[in-house]
Ligand binder design. Sequence first.
Ligand code: SF4
Ligand code: SF4
Length: 160
Amino acid sequence: MRKGDISARRENSIKRQGQLANMGLTPVTGQKPKYYDCDKCIAYCCSIYDRVQVIPRDIRRLAAHFGVTPEVASARFTKTWGKERILRRRSDKMFGQACMFLDQETRKCTIYHARPGTCREFPTTARCAYYDLIKFERTQQDDPDVLPLVKITFRNGKGK
Ligand code: SF4
Ligand code: SF4
């Protein structure tokens, strides 16, 4: 890679960070910068997605966490959705439905160290759209505690 490329990238990165800072978004952690803070969120991602997919490794982890067999863990904590196996959900006072492992008072995961890979990877980018929404509305409404409650319905772009 040419030296000029690195400088240009660094310059773009600095410019980008300046833009994010102007939006009230500053990196939260040291290593890989990320612009969201789950501790200040109400667990949108654990609520609005109907499907949190689990694979056999996730089920084994859940089984070990609860001291049951994988078969019991699978039956107790998951269900099928088409060809997928997903986490079960239950009613949620904020969003109507949420993952069965979400603590409704603290809005935290009750099985954090045993959560599935899908949850570990989310949102896979330095930004989280839902956290951006929180930050945006809190700034717009000049209220550090306001909670924008949105529900998302997914369509395939052809209205189906
Ligand atoms: S929606 Fe974003 S900020 Fe909120 S808990 Fe999930 S990843 Fe964290
Ligand atoms: S397992 Fe935990 S992190 Fe994953 S969706 Fe459920 S509450 Fe959220």
